[in-house]
Design a protein around this ligand. Structure first.
Ligand SMILES: Cc1ncc(COP(=O)(O)O)c(C=O)c1O
Length: 343
């Protein structure tokens, strides 16, 4: 089976499994797990921040970051297509008593800065105080687009002027840095908090890391505990994270190449609507030209031909990752072509 539903389906490598078995561990709630501490130090250094905190998932990373940056009764500006708003069960409003002010995402995943500026509430007893802007990089629902340093710098200028903080959901931060051919720290230096996932393209079984200043991470640790996210011998999976940061980042370019090749192949198939230029990282989005075709039938047809996808609404998302080889690229294109003919 060629599983293109997400890069979260990647399983830990042999090296990760060995590192997990051998990991030196302690009680991380007491800060005594040396492997967790090593991973957190690495993450802080890579992102150019003072400190870092391991959490169980990307969702928990976003939730803890945003609880840390806000107070009850405040408001966050974020995009209508972003994961925090669309796919995280309203955790931030539920647990933080914080409202979400939704701005339309541009096609490239950014937020129009004039719209952000116009969405900031005036000082008024009727209005929640706007305190944070949250962005996503790469932007999952916006075709996996990477957001560059210049945009983030301009957002920072606006946020400094308006006294707002910035959080970035960098679930695929390393994909963004790879696509933009830049250091991760260039994409994170203007942020108050950033989270990245170990369990997506980096192939770990579990884990995300929040990075920020010492004070912010101390506060984030309190929130992590409050929501039940304090873990004990977490070094068992932090060990896989260390392998990921050392050895799995450089290979992400391969996933991006494979995504582009799949996109180019799909563009040659009659019946597929795709903008190949829109593919910048490991995410491919396309739709069927004939809107009367049944998307579920297409999905099941592909399944019969050995390919798993995740349609959402009228579009299909395919995500390349470590377990998709160069040879799989041709198989995927042929499977799509066959499944379209069978519709
Ligand atoms: C952009 C983005 N942010 C956050 C998450 C949440 O990560 P997790 O599934 O580890 O909670 C995802 C998951 O796919 C994602 O794509």
């Amino acid at each position: 089976m060629i599983d293109l539903r997400s890069d979260t389906v990647t399983r830990p490598t042999e090296e990760m499994r060995r590192a997990m078995y051998d990991a030196e561990v302690g009680d991380d709630v007491h800060g005594e797990d040396p492997t967790v501490n090593e991973l957190q130090n690495m993450a802080a250094e890579i992102t150019g921040k003072e400190s870092a905190l391991l959490v169980s998932s990307g969702t928990m990373g976003n939730l803890v970051s945003l609880l840390t940056l806000t107070n009850r009764g405040e408001e966050i500006i974020l995009g209508d297509q972003c994961h925090v708003y669309a796919w995280e069960g309203a955790g931030v409003p539920i647990f933080g008593g914080v409202s979400l002010n939704v701005v339309k995402n541009e096609e490239n995943g950014t937020l129009n800065l004039d719209e952000v500026s116009n969405s900031i509430n005036p000082v008024d007893d009727h209005k929640p105080t706007t305190s944070v802007v949250s962005i996503e990089n790469t932007h999952n629902q916006c075709g996996g687009h990477p957001i560059d340093e210049e945009y983030i710098r301009n957002l920072k200028i606006l946020c400094d002027e308006k006294k707002l903080k910035i959080h970035m959901d960098g679930a695929r931060l390393f994909n963004a840095a790879t696509a933009l051919n830049t250091d991760v720290s260039n994409l994170t230096k203007y942020l108050d908090t950033v989270t990245f996932c170990l369990s997506k393209g980096l192939s770990c079984p579990v884990g995300s890391v929040i990075c920020g200043s010492k004070d912010i991470i101390l506060e984030a640790k309190r929130w992590r505990k409050a929501i039940g996210g304090g873990m004990r011998q977490a070094g068992v999976f932090a060990a896989a994270g260390i392998v990921a940061l050392n050895n799995m980042v450089d290979r992400l370019a391969e996933d991006h190449e494979n995504a582009k090749k799949i996109g180019n192949g799909l563009a040659d198939i009659d019946g597929i609507e795709i903008d190949v230029d829109y593919i910048k990282t490991n995410i491919i989005r396309f739709s069927l030209k004939d809107k009367s075709f049944d998307m579920n039938k297409f999905k099941n047809g592909l399944l019969d031909n050995g390919v798993m996808i995740s349609p959402s609404g009228g579009t299909v998302r395919m995500v390349t990752h470590r377990e998709i080889s160069h040879d799989d690229v041709g198989l995927v294109i042929r499977a799509v072509s066959k499944s379209i003919q069978e519709l």
